[in-house]
Design a protein around this ligand. Structure first.
Ligand code: NAD
Length: 253
């Protein structure tokens, strides 16, 4: 798919990796909608970049469906959905204050996994009606997983479970939607410099950088946006997960 003129929705597009993707897509001439629960940042980005902002929580099935319907009303359809909304949900299974409350575990899974599913199905429902492009292509659904899905660290039980779930559903949804020409794929980032990371103490930040074999630093939102553009442009990238991590393999802690 060509980026210029592409109709895209980015969940979690009000911050971090999602915002980096939004900025790049706008620069490349796409029509972009941001779906995010942060209304203040969302409105600010809408006025700065001229994108369409939809305040919604990805956990809410009906709210996501309504938001996608609004995007289609505004843009006349939808070609690409990028799921970036997510939370870290750190915590030990057996913490200092006792076992992790199930509600905490569930919350992380709801935002990261269920939220990505809600976006995917609402987007696919619309994309199936797109006129077919080259090879019969009708759309792309791109998930954001994490390398913590493969090497989760201590304190990442909920986060890793949610991201492994995202990776787990990528292939079956890609297989299912293949008959419509809708691709489904995921990017698994290593450690990137975003507001999720800001606020960690300087020595922890330096230690994080030192863990990355090469280049020995955190990834940038631009590098993530490059990978999203690759996913959009390369029709043979389907049903797969792209690790983007500078050869980092997370240690146990
Ligand atoms: N930053 C990293 O190093 C890193 C590494 C691996 C994976 N990821 C993943 O990338 C994605 C983006 O991370 P980030 O670092 O940009 O984080 P971020 O906190 O900067 O941005 C996340 C955005 O998602 C939104 N959001 C959170 N919960 C939501 C909900 N329920 N409904 C709607 N919007 C919601 C937030 O308001 C925010 O704008 C996440 O899925 C994260 O797990 C990040």
């Amino acid at each position: 798919m060509r980026v210029a003129g592409l109709r895209v929705v980015v969940s979690g597009g009000a911050s971090g990796l999602g915002l980096g993707v939004v900025r790049r897509l706008v620069r490349e001439g796409a029509s972009v909608a941001v779906l995010d629960r942060d209304e203040v940042r969302g409105q600010a980005i809408a006025s700065e970049l001229g994108v369409f902002f939809l305040p919604a929580d990805v956990c809410e099935e009906a709210a996501v469906a309504t938001a996608i319907a609004e995007v289609c009303g505004r843009f006349g359809g939808l070609d690409c959905a990028v799921a970036c909304a997510g939370v870290l949900g750190p915590g030990r299974v057996l913490g200092k204050e006792g076992p992790m409350p199930l509600s905490f575990f569930e919350k992380t899974v709801r935002v990261n996994l269920v939220g990505s599913f809600n976006l995917a199905k609402a987007a696919a429902e619309r994309m199936q009606h797109n006129p077919p492009g080259e090879d019969g292509e009708r759309g792309l659904i791109l998930f954001t997983a994490s390398i913590a899905a493969f090497e989760g660290q201590i304190g990442q039980a909920a986060y890793s479970a949610s991201k492994a779930g995202v990776i787990g559903m990528t292939l079956p949804i890609a297989r299912e939607l293949a008959r419509f020409g809708i691709r489904v794929a995921a990017i698994a980032p290593g450690v990137f410099h975003t507001p999720m990371i800001e606020g960690v103490p300087e020595e922890v930040y330096r230690a994080l950088c030192a863990q990355v074999p090469f280049p020995s630093r955190l990834g940038t939102v631009d590098e993530f946006a490059d990978a999203v553009l690759f996913a959009i442009g390369n029709r043979y990238f389907n049903g797969a997960v792209l690790r983007l991590d500078g050869a980092l393999r997370l240690p146990p802690r």
